[in-house]
Design a protein around this ligand. Structure first.
Ligand code: SF4
Length: 195
């Protein structure tokens, strides 16, 4: 398991060395690995395996931000299809897994803003999880959207972005993702996902 490089590290590029010293990297895991290697060399400590130790420490703390981490657990949780809430949660779980596996990337921030402007005015926007009798699903959706969008510029309209009741996707996240266009009954003519 290793950190998902599409996501900013939750606590920065840091490593709590067993010596008691916290090592930091400059903007990348490679920098952190190099600094830890250098620290141990200069201090006369055993070299260990900096890369493995750093990844293990981070992923033990933040499973959901690592490749092969929580994505699988979320997917198991939301396999049952059913109402709109479940369908959107299924999409969130599967797209999170796909992003983790680098099967889906991100569009530019400008493109995301353009999509947001279309979505907020679209009649196919629909509330989901509102009043749902499931605290776990609400928390899961917040976590997944946050992880998917944490390093993205958020459109000003974000508070009113909701689910899409044609595609069963959460548009808070979908506007940022590079998914293929689709042909689906019910998509408005100006929908940015329309083929
Ligand atoms: S139909 Fe298209 S434009 Fe409308 S909410 Fe869904 S994704 Fe957005």
């Amino acid at each position: 398991m290793e950190p998902n490089r599409d996501l900013a590290p939750r606590n920065g590029y840091t490593f709590a060395d067993p010596s008691g010293v916290t090592i930091t990297g400059r903007g990348s895991w490679e920098s952190l690995i190099a600094n830890l290697t250098e620290f141990r060399k200069r201090g006369g400590f055993p070299p260990g395996d900096p890369k493995t130790e750093i990844y293990q420490q981070y992923c033990n703390q933040f499973h959901e931000a690592c490749v092969g981490g929580t994505a699988r657990a979320f997917q198991t949780l939301w396999t049952a299809s059913g109402n709109f809430n479940n369908r959107v949660m299924n999409w969130l779980a599967s797209i999170f897994s796909a992003v983790n596996r680098r099967q889906v990337g991100y569009v530019s921030n400008e493109e995301a803003q353009r999509r947001a402007r279309i979505c907020v005015a679209c009649p196919r926007q629909a509330e989901f999880l509102k009043g749902a009798d499931c605290k776990t699903c609400q928390a899961d959706s917040v976590t997944l959207v946050k992880l998917l969008t944490q390093h993205r510029v958020q459109p000003g309209e974000t508070p009113v972005l909701r689910g899409c009741n044609v595609l069963n996707e959460d548009t808070r996240a979908s506007i940022h993702l590079d998914q293929p266009p689709v042909q689906r009954d019910g998509l408005p003519i100006n929908c940015w996902r329309k083929l």
